[in-house]
Design a protein around this ligand. Structure first.
Ligand SMILES: Cc1cc2nc3c(=O)[nH]c(=O)nc-3n(C[C@H](O)[C@H](O)[C@H](O)COP(=O)(O)OP(=O)(O)OC[C@H]3O[C@@H](n4cnc5c(N)ncnc54)[C@H](O)[C@@H]3O)c2cc1C
Length: 290
């Protein structure tokens, strides 16, 4: 049965902390509402009350911290797409944001909502995983920082306590000789839940890979890093043979499921093909430079 939670709209973070400490699981933070409203309509929302955080301007916006950028939890996809700082320093995040929903969702949906909603198909999540992002989480007990790659403990499970709120996401800027890629396979370009989604960050010198991180969504209960494939490619020189080997390694490394969107075999194959495409692009881009 659909029930109708009441809503409170706090004016300060301290107010949010007090409300969360008092209400615990009975309350639910609402940001853009683009996931929550779907859950509400489906009758699968257990909360009695919404804590609407949209008046908290301190949770909005993108800050340049020098080596890192800090993205407030309430920052929308439209803000990420339009930010020259994001385009320059974490281009994969701008690319991922462009593929999320259509313009209405990009205007309302927030990065914080994508992270805490904890869907394995969340499109910004592989970027955060590939960039080894850090999350800032606050409560009346103080602010703590958590590695993004340790945030999810299982399908739609996170390390967050009921009295906590996500404040911001921090990502290292791409350095010289580093590059990022984003790749999403869905049924169609917009409004599609991804069949697989991949983000790659690599530090290279010509065809030599000094460092690579490969993160994947929609192939496991949570977003994952393809650690075996990363080990294979680290310190490797890209050529046809290693690209083929990487494709086979990632095919075997992941353990996706068959569901209504895709079969397990399709997901493995398309993940291998996506990685090969990214690696070939890396060689081609460097080829163009010399
Ligand atoms: C038509 C449509 C298309 C979509 N397409 C895509 C897509 O292509 N790719 C994709 O990844 N997603 C997609 N989504 C899902 C959704 O838009 C995103 O996950 C979005 O980022 C959610 O953000 P929000 O602010 O609307 O979250 P909300 O719905 O407000 O909240 C989502 C969850 O996060 C929690 N939450 C939100 N902010 C915080 C915070 N600061 N601290 C603690 N908890 C918080 C809420 O309590 C809730 O559990 C789509 C949704 C719709 C309806």
């Amino acid at each position: 049965m659909i029930h109708d939670p009441t809503a409170v709209t706090p004016e300060s973070l301290d107010e949010v902390y007090d409300l969360l400490a008092e209400r615990g699981r009975r309350a639910k933070i609402i940001a853009g509402g683009t996931d929550l409203m779907v859950a509400l309509n489906a009758g699968s929302l257990a909360a009695e009350e919404f804590i609407d955080i949209r008046r908290l301007n301190e949770l909005r916006g993108i800050e340049d911290e020098g080596e890192t950028i800090r993205v407030g939890a309430l920052t929308t996809y439209t803000q990420l797409i339009k930010s020259p700082l994001v385009q320059r320093s974490v281009p994969a995040l701008a690319e991922a944001s462009r593929t999320i929903g259509a313009i209405q969702i990009q205007n309302r949906g927030t990065i914080g909502g994508n992270v805490v909603n904890a869907s394995p198909a969340g499109d910004s999540l592989p970027v955060l995983a590939a960039f080894d992002a850090e999350l800032e989480i606050g409560s009346a007990r103080g602010v703590r920082k958590i590695d993004f790659n340790r945030f999810y403990t299982g399908y739609r499970q996170t390390v967050m306590e009921p009295d906590e709120i996500l404040l911001a996401v921090r990502l290292g800027k791409l350095r010289q000789n580093e590059r990022s890629f984003f790749f999403k396979v869905g049924t169609r370009r917009a409004q599609a839940i991804s069949k697989i989604v991949m983000a790659v960050k690599a530090g290279t010198k010509g065809a030599l890979i000094n460092y690579i991180s490969v993160a994947l969504g929609s192939v496991a209960p949570t977003v994952i890093r393809a650690r075996q494939t990363e080990s294979l490619l680290t310190n490797a020189t890209l050529d046809v043979t290693i690209i083929e080997l990487a494709k086979r390694t990632i095919f075997n490394e992941i353990d996706p499921i068959t569901d209504m969107r895709s079969t397990e075999h399709y997901r493995r194959t398309v993940t291998g093909n996506a990685l090969a495409k990214v690696l070939r692009r890396q060689v081609l881009l460097d080829g163009n430079k010399s």
